[in-house]
Write a protein that binds this ligand. Structure first.
Ligand SMILES: NC(=O)c1ccc[n+]([C@@H]2O[C@H](COP(=O)([O-])OP(=O)(O)OC[C@H]3O[C@@H](n4cnc5c(N)ncnc54)[C@H](O)[C@@H]3O)[C@@H](O)[C@H]2O)c1
Length: 321
Protein backbone atom coordinates (compact mmCIF):
# COMPACT_ATOMS: atom_id res chain seq x y z
CA UNK A 1 0.00 0.00 0.00
CA UNK A 2 1.37 3.45 -0.90
CA UNK A 3 1.42 5.39 2.37
CA UNK A 4 2.12 9.07 2.99
CA UNK A 5 3.32 9.85 6.53
CA UNK A 6 2.93 13.51 7.44
CA UNK A 7 5.13 14.49 10.39
CA UNK A 8 8.42 12.63 10.88
CA UNK A 9 8.89 13.02 14.63
CA UNK A 10 8.68 10.76 17.67
CA UNK A 11 5.71 8.74 16.36
CA UNK A 12 5.93 9.26 12.58
CA UNK A 13 9.53 7.97 12.49
CA UNK A 14 8.48 4.69 14.11
CA UNK A 15 5.55 4.31 11.71
CA UNK A 16 8.04 4.67 8.84
CA UNK A 17 10.29 2.05 10.43
CA UNK A 18 7.51 -0.52 10.81
CA UNK A 19 6.47 -0.04 7.17
CA UNK A 20 10.08 -0.30 5.97
CA UNK A 21 10.63 -3.46 8.02
CA UNK A 22 7.56 -4.89 6.27
CA UNK A 23 9.12 -4.21 2.87
CA UNK A 24 7.17 -1.03 2.07
CA UNK A 25 8.59 2.30 0.97
CA UNK A 26 6.56 5.10 2.56
CA UNK A 27 6.65 8.72 1.43
CA UNK A 28 7.50 10.86 4.46
CA UNK A 29 6.63 14.55 4.50
CA UNK A 30 7.73 17.06 7.14
CA UNK A 31 7.99 20.81 7.15
CA UNK A 32 11.33 20.66 8.95
CA UNK A 33 12.96 17.30 8.30
CA UNK A 34 15.47 16.31 10.97
CA UNK A 35 17.41 13.94 8.71
CA UNK A 36 20.16 12.97 11.20
CA UNK A 37 17.70 12.31 13.98
CA UNK A 38 15.38 10.38 11.67
CA UNK A 39 18.32 8.28 10.47
CA UNK A 40 18.74 6.98 14.05
CA UNK A 41 15.33 5.34 13.68
CA UNK A 42 14.87 4.38 10.04
CA UNK A 43 17.13 3.76 7.04
CA UNK A 44 16.72 6.90 4.91
CA UNK A 45 17.63 4.95 1.77
CA UNK A 46 14.44 2.95 2.21
CA UNK A 47 11.96 5.82 2.43
CA UNK A 48 11.11 8.74 0.15
CA UNK A 49 11.41 12.13 1.80
CA UNK A 50 9.73 15.38 0.92
CA UNK A 51 10.05 18.66 2.76
CA UNK A 52 6.54 20.13 2.80
CA UNK A 53 4.00 22.00 4.88
CA UNK A 54 0.64 20.36 5.54
CA UNK A 55 -0.85 23.87 5.59
CA UNK A 56 -0.09 24.17 1.85
CA UNK A 57 -2.80 22.23 0.00
CA UNK A 58 -0.88 22.22 -3.29
CA UNK A 59 2.20 20.71 -1.66
CA UNK A 60 0.00 18.04 -0.14
CA UNK A 61 -1.69 17.34 -3.49
CA UNK A 62 1.66 17.08 -5.23
CA UNK A 63 2.91 14.56 -2.66
CA UNK A 64 -0.24 12.44 -2.98
CA UNK A 65 -0.02 12.44 -6.77
CA UNK A 66 3.72 11.80 -6.80
CA UNK A 67 3.43 8.79 -4.50
CA UNK A 68 0.16 7.35 -5.90
CA UNK A 69 -0.93 7.55 -2.27
CA UNK A 70 -3.67 5.19 -1.01
CA UNK A 71 -3.52 5.95 2.71
CA UNK A 72 -2.30 8.81 4.88
CA UNK A 73 -0.91 8.82 8.40
CA UNK A 74 -1.17 12.36 9.73
CA UNK A 75 0.94 13.08 12.82
CA UNK A 76 1.95 16.72 12.36
CA UNK A 77 1.01 18.96 15.27
CA UNK A 78 2.14 22.24 16.74
CA UNK A 79 5.45 21.78 18.62
CA UNK A 80 5.29 20.90 22.32
CA UNK A 81 1.62 19.96 22.05
CA UNK A 82 -0.28 21.15 25.18
CA UNK A 83 2.50 23.51 26.30
CA UNK A 84 3.01 24.88 22.80
CA UNK A 85 -0.69 25.48 22.25
CA UNK A 86 -1.11 27.25 25.59
CA UNK A 87 1.74 29.61 24.60
CA UNK A 88 0.74 30.13 20.96
CA UNK A 89 -2.94 29.22 20.63
CA UNK A 90 -3.56 30.80 17.24
CA UNK A 91 -0.68 29.01 15.51
CA UNK A 92 -1.60 25.71 17.15
CA UNK A 93 -5.26 26.06 16.17
CA UNK A 94 -4.22 26.84 12.61
CA UNK A 95 -1.83 23.90 12.26
CA UNK A 96 -3.71 21.25 14.20
CA UNK A 97 -7.17 21.97 12.81
CA UNK A 98 -6.46 23.28 9.30
CA UNK A 99 -3.75 20.66 8.84
CA UNK A 100 -6.31 17.91 9.40
CA UNK A 101 -8.88 19.70 7.22
CA UNK A 102 -6.32 19.91 4.41
CA UNK A 103 -5.52 16.22 4.73
CA UNK A 104 -9.20 15.21 4.63
CA UNK A 105 -9.95 17.54 1.73
CA UNK A 106 -6.94 16.21 -0.21
CA UNK A 107 -8.08 12.65 0.55
CA UNK A 108 -11.53 13.49 -0.82
CA UNK A 109 -10.20 15.11 -3.99
CA UNK A 110 -7.62 12.41 -4.74
CA UNK A 111 -9.70 9.40 -3.70
CA UNK A 112 -7.36 8.39 -0.85
CA UNK A 113 -9.09 5.47 0.87
CA UNK A 114 -7.98 5.82 4.46
CA UNK A 115 -6.65 8.46 6.86
CA UNK A 116 -5.20 7.67 10.29
CA UNK A 117 -4.78 10.85 12.33
CA UNK A 118 -3.22 11.44 15.72
CA UNK A 119 -5.57 12.55 18.47
CA UNK A 120 -4.73 12.52 22.15
CA UNK A 121 -5.76 11.08 25.49
CA UNK A 122 -6.00 14.68 26.72
CA UNK A 123 -9.61 14.30 25.56
CA UNK A 124 -10.09 11.65 28.25
CA UNK A 125 -9.05 14.11 30.96
CA UNK A 126 -8.96 17.79 30.08
CA UNK A 127 -12.70 18.30 29.97
CA UNK A 128 -15.22 20.32 31.92
CA UNK A 129 -19.01 20.44 31.74
CA UNK A 130 -20.97 17.25 31.18
CA UNK A 131 -23.03 18.05 34.23
CA UNK A 132 -26.60 17.86 32.98
CA UNK A 133 -27.05 14.11 32.80
CA UNK A 134 -26.65 13.98 29.02
CA UNK A 135 -29.69 16.20 28.47
CA UNK A 136 -28.74 17.92 25.19
CA UNK A 137 -31.30 20.68 25.75
CA UNK A 138 -29.03 21.90 28.58
CA UNK A 139 -25.90 23.97 27.90
CA UNK A 140 -23.47 21.98 30.01
CA UNK A 141 -24.63 18.50 29.00
CA UNK A 142 -21.68 17.85 26.72
CA UNK A 143 -18.17 17.94 28.19
CA UNK A 144 -15.86 20.40 26.46
CA UNK A 145 -12.06 20.52 26.37
CA UNK A 146 -10.46 23.03 28.70
CA UNK A 147 -7.08 23.49 27.00
CA UNK A 148 -6.33 24.83 23.51
CA UNK A 149 -4.53 21.62 22.50
CA UNK A 150 -7.42 19.40 23.61
CA UNK A 151 -9.84 21.72 21.77
CA UNK A 152 -7.87 21.22 18.56
CA UNK A 153 -7.84 17.44 19.01
CA UNK A 154 -11.59 17.39 19.53
CA UNK A 155 -11.92 19.29 16.25
CA UNK A 156 -9.56 16.78 14.57
CA UNK A 157 -11.81 13.92 15.64
CA UNK A 158 -15.13 15.47 14.70
CA UNK A 159 -13.98 16.99 11.38
CA UNK A 160 -12.34 13.71 10.40
CA UNK A 161 -15.42 11.67 11.28
CA UNK A 162 -17.66 14.04 9.35
CA UNK A 163 -15.46 13.77 6.25
CA UNK A 164 -15.61 10.01 6.63
CA UNK A 165 -19.39 10.01 6.90
CA UNK A 166 -19.95 12.44 4.05
CA UNK A 167 -17.35 11.22 1.54
CA UNK A 168 -16.75 7.55 2.31
CA UNK A 169 -13.17 8.00 3.49
CA UNK A 170 -12.20 5.54 6.22
CA UNK A 171 -10.92 7.51 9.19
CA UNK A 172 -9.33 6.59 12.49
CA UNK A 173 -8.33 9.07 15.19
CA UNK A 174 -5.88 7.49 17.61
CA UNK A 175 -5.86 8.91 21.11
CA UNK A 176 -2.29 8.27 22.20
CA UNK A 177 -1.48 9.00 25.82
CA UNK A 178 1.90 10.66 26.57
CA UNK A 179 4.40 8.98 24.25
CA UNK A 180 7.87 7.98 25.43
CA UNK A 181 10.57 6.71 23.13
CA UNK A 182 13.76 7.11 21.14
CA UNK A 183 14.16 10.49 19.47
CA UNK A 184 17.11 12.80 19.93
CA UNK A 185 15.82 16.01 18.34
CA UNK A 186 13.02 18.39 19.18
CA UNK A 187 9.73 16.53 19.22
CA UNK A 188 6.98 15.05 21.35
CA UNK A 189 5.15 16.82 24.13
CA UNK A 190 6.28 18.05 27.57
CA UNK A 191 5.95 14.60 29.20
CA UNK A 192 7.90 12.96 26.33
CA UNK A 193 10.82 15.31 27.08
CA UNK A 194 10.67 14.67 30.83
CA UNK A 195 10.69 10.90 30.27
CA UNK A 196 13.55 11.21 27.81
CA UNK A 197 15.70 13.19 30.25
CA UNK A 198 14.90 10.64 32.96
CA UNK A 199 16.03 7.65 30.86
CA UNK A 200 19.08 9.35 29.34
CA UNK A 201 20.27 10.51 32.75
CA UNK A 202 19.75 7.06 34.27
CA UNK A 203 21.76 5.47 31.44
CA UNK A 204 24.56 8.02 31.78
CA UNK A 205 24.89 7.66 35.56
CA UNK A 206 23.38 11.08 36.28
CA UNK A 207 20.49 11.74 38.61
CA UNK A 208 17.25 10.65 36.91
CA UNK A 209 14.29 12.74 38.01
CA UNK A 210 10.99 10.86 38.05
CA UNK A 211 7.98 13.10 37.37
CA UNK A 212 5.84 13.87 40.42
CA UNK A 213 2.56 13.12 38.71
CA UNK A 214 0.96 9.75 38.15
CA UNK A 215 0.85 9.21 34.39
CA UNK A 216 -0.31 6.84 31.72
CA UNK A 217 2.41 6.15 29.12
CA UNK A 218 2.79 4.42 25.78
CA UNK A 219 6.01 3.47 23.99
CA UNK A 220 6.44 5.15 20.60
CA UNK A 221 6.82 1.71 19.02
CA UNK A 222 3.41 0.64 20.37
CA UNK A 223 1.79 3.92 19.28
CA UNK A 224 3.27 3.38 15.82
CA UNK A 225 2.18 -0.27 15.69
CA UNK A 226 -1.39 0.76 16.52
CA UNK A 227 -1.17 3.31 13.71
CA UNK A 228 -0.03 0.68 11.22
CA UNK A 229 -2.78 -1.69 12.40
CA UNK A 230 -5.31 1.07 11.71
CA UNK A 231 -3.85 1.37 8.20
CA UNK A 232 -4.12 -2.35 7.56
CA UNK A 233 -7.20 -3.69 9.31
CA UNK A 234 -9.66 -4.89 6.67
CA UNK A 235 -12.84 -3.35 8.09
CA UNK A 236 -11.93 -0.21 9.96
CA UNK A 237 -15.18 1.65 9.42
CA UNK A 238 -14.34 4.88 11.19
CA UNK A 239 -13.78 5.72 14.77
CA UNK A 240 -11.75 6.91 17.70
CA UNK A 241 -9.40 4.57 19.53
CA UNK A 242 -7.51 4.86 22.82
CA UNK A 243 -3.89 3.82 22.39
CA UNK A 244 -2.13 3.49 25.73
CA UNK A 245 -0.37 0.91 27.87
CA UNK A 246 -3.67 0.45 29.70
CA UNK A 247 -2.49 1.42 33.17
CA UNK A 248 -1.36 4.40 35.21
CA UNK A 249 2.05 4.59 36.91
CA UNK A 250 2.45 6.43 40.16
CA UNK A 251 5.85 8.13 40.59
CA UNK A 252 7.16 5.54 43.04
CA UNK A 253 6.07 2.71 40.71
CA UNK A 254 7.88 4.32 37.78
CA UNK A 255 10.96 4.83 39.94
CA UNK A 256 10.97 1.15 40.92
CA UNK A 257 10.64 0.08 37.26
CA UNK A 258 13.49 2.40 36.30
CA UNK A 259 15.77 0.91 38.95
CA UNK A 260 14.82 -2.57 37.76
CA UNK A 261 15.43 -1.84 34.06
CA UNK A 262 18.62 0.17 34.57
CA UNK A 263 20.47 -1.36 37.53
CA UNK A 264 22.39 1.23 39.51
CA UNK A 265 20.25 4.13 38.24
CA UNK A 266 20.40 7.12 40.59
CA UNK A 267 16.83 8.30 40.94
CA UNK A 268 14.84 10.99 42.68
CA UNK A 269 11.10 11.55 42.58
CA UNK A 270 10.36 15.17 41.79
CA UNK A 271 8.71 17.04 44.64
CA UNK A 272 4.95 17.56 44.30
CA UNK A 273 4.19 21.18 43.42
CA UNK A 274 3.42 23.16 46.57
CA UNK A 275 -0.18 22.76 47.67
CA UNK A 276 -0.77 19.77 45.43
CA UNK A 277 -2.31 16.76 47.11
CA UNK A 278 -3.37 15.05 43.94
CA UNK A 279 -2.10 11.49 43.67
CA UNK A 280 -4.00 10.09 40.74
CA UNK A 281 -7.24 9.95 42.73
CA UNK A 282 -10.06 8.29 40.83
CA UNK A 283 -8.42 8.86 37.46
CA UNK A 284 -9.08 5.73 35.44
CA UNK A 285 -6.70 4.42 32.77
CA UNK A 286 -8.01 4.65 29.23
CA UNK A 287 -10.14 1.72 28.10
CA UNK A 288 -8.22 0.13 25.23
CA UNK A 289 -10.68 -2.71 24.59
CA UNK A 290 -12.02 -1.12 21.40
CA UNK A 291 -8.53 -0.81 19.90
CA UNK A 292 -7.86 -4.43 20.87
CA UNK A 293 -11.09 -5.68 19.33
CA UNK A 294 -11.16 -3.69 16.09
CA UNK A 295 -7.50 -3.01 15.37
CA UNK A 296 -6.01 -6.07 17.04
CA UNK A 297 -3.87 -3.69 19.15
CA UNK A 298 -1.92 -5.12 22.06
CA UNK A 299 0.73 -3.09 23.88
CA UNK A 300 3.97 -5.05 23.41
CA UNK A 301 6.04 -2.80 25.63
CA UNK A 302 4.88 -2.88 29.24
CA UNK A 303 6.94 -0.58 31.46
CA UNK A 304 10.00 -2.72 32.22
CA UNK A 305 10.37 -3.74 28.56
CA UNK A 306 9.83 -0.15 27.41
CA UNK A 307 12.59 1.09 29.70
CA UNK A 308 15.00 -1.70 28.73
CA UNK A 309 14.45 -1.14 25.01
CA UNK A 310 14.74 2.64 25.34
CA UNK A 311 17.90 2.38 27.47
CA UNK A 312 19.46 -0.01 24.93
CA UNK A 313 18.73 2.51 22.18
CA UNK A 314 20.30 5.35 24.21
CA UNK A 315 23.48 3.30 24.70
CA UNK A 316 23.62 2.47 21.00
CA UNK A 317 22.58 5.72 19.33
CA UNK A 318 23.48 8.59 21.61
CA UNK A 319 27.27 8.16 21.79
CA UNK A 320 27.34 8.71 18.01
CA UNK A 321 26.08 12.28 18.45
N1 LIG B 1 4.13 12.84 21.97
C1 LIG B 1 3.07 12.66 22.74
O1 LIG B 1 3.19 12.50 23.96
C2 LIG B 1 1.70 12.62 22.15
C3 LIG B 1 0.61 12.24 22.95
C4 LIG B 1 -0.66 12.23 22.42
C5 LIG B 1 -0.87 12.58 21.10
N2 LIG B 1 0.19 12.96 20.33
C6 LIG B 1 -0.06 13.37 18.94
O2 LIG B 1 0.66 12.48 18.10
C7 LIG B 1 1.15 13.20 16.97
C8 LIG B 1 2.63 12.95 16.82
O3 LIG B 1 3.29 13.41 17.97
P1 LIG B 1 4.88 13.39 18.06
O4 LIG B 1 5.21 13.25 19.47
O5 LIG B 1 5.42 12.43 17.07
O6 LIG B 1 5.19 14.86 17.60
P2 LIG B 1 6.56 15.44 17.00
O7 LIG B 1 6.57 16.88 17.32
O8 LIG B 1 7.69 14.60 17.43
O9 LIG B 1 6.37 15.23 15.43
C9 LIG B 1 5.52 16.05 14.66
C10 LIG B 1 6.21 16.37 13.36
O10 LIG B 1 5.34 17.21 12.58
C11 LIG B 1 6.15 18.13 11.88
N3 LIG B 1 5.37 19.30 11.47
C12 LIG B 1 5.04 20.36 12.25
N4 LIG B 1 4.38 21.25 11.51
C13 LIG B 1 4.27 20.75 10.27
C14 LIG B 1 3.69 21.23 9.06
N5 LIG B 1 3.09 22.43 9.00
N6 LIG B 1 3.75 20.45 7.95
C15 LIG B 1 4.39 19.24 8.00
N7 LIG B 1 4.97 18.75 9.12
C16 LIG B 1 4.91 19.49 10.23
C17 LIG B 1 7.26 18.49 12.85
O11 LIG B 1 8.38 19.03 12.17
C18 LIG B 1 7.52 17.17 13.55
O12 LIG B 1 8.60 16.47 12.95
C19 LIG B 1 0.76 14.66 17.17
O13 LIG B 1 -0.40 14.92 16.42
C20 LIG B 1 0.46 14.75 18.64
O14 LIG B 1 -0.50 15.74 18.91
C21 LIG B 1 1.48 12.95 20.81
Amino acid sequence: MAVLIIGAGLVGSQVAKILVDAGERPLVMDQRLQRDVLADIVDLDRIDLVEGDVLRPLTLSAAITRGGIEAIVHTAAYPLLTLGAQRNPYAAIELNIMGLANVMEAARIHGVKRVVASSSSVLNRYQSGGEDGGDLSREEAVPRPNTFYASTKQAVESIGLNYAKSFGIEFAALRYCPVAGPWSGPGGGGPSGIFRAMVENAVNGREAVVPATAMEWVYSKDAAMATVLALRVASLGSGVFNITMGRIFRPEELEAELKRAIPGAKTRVEAQPEGSTWSGGDWKPADISRAKKILGYEPHYPMPRLLEDYAAWCRRALPRR
